[in-house]
Design a protein around this ligand. Structure first.
Ligand SMILES: Cc1cc2nc3c(=O)[nH]c(=O)nc-3n(C[C@H](O)[C@H](O)[C@H](O)COP(=O)(O)OP(=O)(O)OC[C@H]3O[C@@H](n4cnc5c(N)ncnc54)[C@H](O)[C@@H]3O)c2cc1C
Length: 495
């Protein structure tokens, strides 16, 4: 007893002795000029910064500190953002502390999941980046067939864990994309026509809101917030955990099938359009117009069939007859291999500018316009492609989730690529081709998808993305984020 008292007294004495030292440390943190929510400069005192740091389990990084440059890097090197501070969150309490600090100081706030937004929305200049990339845990419950996924996990983490139990949930087609941004905006991929969008499979979440609130989201507890998370982008708070329903997914048939464009771009695209218009839900055929390493122009098909090899061969036979394939790797394989989940590459070596739209049907006019645009494209740096949607995605009513555009059959993307050190003219030339191509095709599209948008789209695409759901989303935004703290996203303005 006496010994314990001695230890306690000793610790208290030590702590008291350390106080001046702590004050000394506090005094060494310089005041910081940061950027406020209105874009104007604000001052954070050294004491403010220390208060933020002291409340975090994870690191707080500022310019010049080890790890800062790595942590601020986004997938798209077109965006070289320099946040004033980066809070590397290790758990929900870190996120809560960072959000409440940002709200109290009116600080420009970026939330980073996988860092893959094409428009660099998860970074900011001069604000606070709330970085969830250390939060990548994935827990699978094979009995309830549910996955609990950390707010910074990548698709490859989710795919590999769930496939370990013969399960999967629909996700995008590239393994290093973030689960968070992809799901909150919608989430289209290889299993989508069979099982719906990623957001359709979201059954719960844990969310920190701007008022320092913590919410367990489920259809029973907070149905309206769940509705908003299913496609309403990161508008309502920071999701620290996602809960997905899982499906049985065994070996799949798939791979790449490509055709040289000399065979006739229009005939090939028409063949693709006719074939996919009548395809079963089990089949996904993504398309990209591309060039191989020798500059040969190609129509490249990314095929996945959910079913046996025998059924797949029968269903896919007309596709193989579109021409003489340049490459045909179609065979039974695993979902993890198709997704590339064994190899998570990280950041892109090329900068990207991308725009997109949703397409209900590939009419003759649409095909002619696409082919006309392709003729002016240098396919080693410019490209155009489609992801098929429809199937289970189209059977959800537009008002049942925030994701409105349920009648579309394809998501179209148009992009320009360049090396990060490319000169200004090259960058502008590539961007201009994307803008001009989009301008020609836009009248033939039927809505937008918030995850396939450029930074200079600003808010122009929101009404086309949210249609009749917009007023309900604006009311939800007013309830959970009336001051629009979470604005670096497909930004819904509080009603
Ligand atoms: C190579 C590549 C392939 C792609 N393939 C597909 C595809 O097959 N299908 C498809 O549908 N889309 C695809 N996309 C688009 C993708 O869905 C979006 O880029 C998406 O925003 C990426 O999410 P992220 O978490 O990686 O991005 P981030 O840049 O981290 O975040 C995107 C947005 O979500 C917000 N956010 C991030 N994390 C959270 C969180 N935890 N809580 C609240 N808000 C958060 C951010 O603030 C930001 O506004 C692809 C993108 C790339 C770059």
């Amino acid at each position: 007893m006496r010994r314990r008292t001695f230890v306690a007294a000793g610790l208290t004495a030590l702590a008291t002795a350390a106080l001046p030292l702590r004050r000394l440390c506090a005094a060494t943190t310089a005041d910081l000029t940061a950027v406020g929510l209105d874009g104007k400069p604000i001052t954070l005192t050294g004491g403010d910064v220390d208060e933020l740091r002291a409340g975090l389990r994870g690191e707080l990084l500022g310019a010049g500190q080890a790890g800062y440059d790595q942590a601020r890097r986004l997938w798209n090197p077109a965006f070289d953002r320099h946040p004033a501070l980066i809070a590397r969150c290790l758990g929900a309490a870190d996120v809560k502390h960072a959000v409440s600090f940002a709200a109290a100081h009116g600080l420009l706030t970026a939330v980073r999941g996988g860092g893959h937004s094409f428009g660099g929305q998860s970074g900011c200049d001069g604000g606070l980046m709330i970085d969830l990339s250390p939060m990548r845990t994935v827990d699978i419950d094979p009995l309830t067939r549910q996955a609990r996924v950390g707010g910074g996990a990548l698709l490859g983490h989710l795919d590999r864990e769930s496939q370990g139990f013969g399960l999967a949930t629909p996700a995008g087609v590239v393994a290093d994309t973030g689960v968070a941004g992809l799901t909150l905006g919608g989430g289209m991929g290889r299993l989508g026509r069979k099982f719906g969008l990623s957001c359709d499979n979201l059954i719960g979440a844990e969310v920190i809101t701007a008022d320092d609130g913590w919410h367990r989201v489920s259809a029973k507890e907070t149905p309206e917030l769940l509705w908003g998370l299913r496609g309403g982008a990161g508008n309502f708070g920071v999701v620290t955990e996602f809960v997905f329903g899982l499906h049985e997914v065994g070996p799949l048939y798939g791979g790449t099938l490509s055709f040289p464009l000399d065979a006739g771009a229009r005939a090939l695209l028409k063949g693709y359009a006719d074939f996919t218009a009548g395809a079963p839900d089990e089949l996904y055929v993504g398309l990209d117009f591309d060039a191989d390493e020798h500059g040969q122009r190609l129509m490249e098909l990314d095929v996945t069939y959910y079913g046996s090899a025998q059924d797949a061969e029968r269903v896919i036979a007309p596709l193989r007859k579109l021409g003489k394939p340049h490459e045909d790797t179609l065979a039974m394989t695993s979902y993890v291999k198709l997704q590339g989940s064994n190899d998570i590459p990280g950041t892109s070596k090329q900068a990207v500018y991308l725009k997109g739209g949703l397409v209900e049907s590939m009419t003759a006019d649409f095909l002619d316009t696409v082919v006309g645009c392709l003729e002016s494209a240098k396919l080693d740096s410019l490209g155009l492609g489609f992801q098929p949607i429809g199937g289970a995605i189209g059977r959800v009513k537009p008002q049942d989730t925030a994701f409105w555009n349920r009648a579309a059959h394809y998501s179209m993307h148009i992009y320009g690529l360049w090396k990060p050190d490319a000169d200004h003219d090259t960058v502008e030339r590539n961007k201009e081709w994307v803008r001009a191509t989009y301008q020609k095709l836009e009248p033939l599209t039927h809505g937008r998808y918030v995850n396939i948008a450029a930074s200079d789209d600003h808010d122009s695409h929101l009404s086309a993305a949210y249609g009749g759901n917009y007023p309900r989303l604006a009311a939800l935004k007013k309830q959970y984020d009336p001051n629009n703290l979470f604005r670096l996203n497909a930004n819904i303005k509080p009603a």
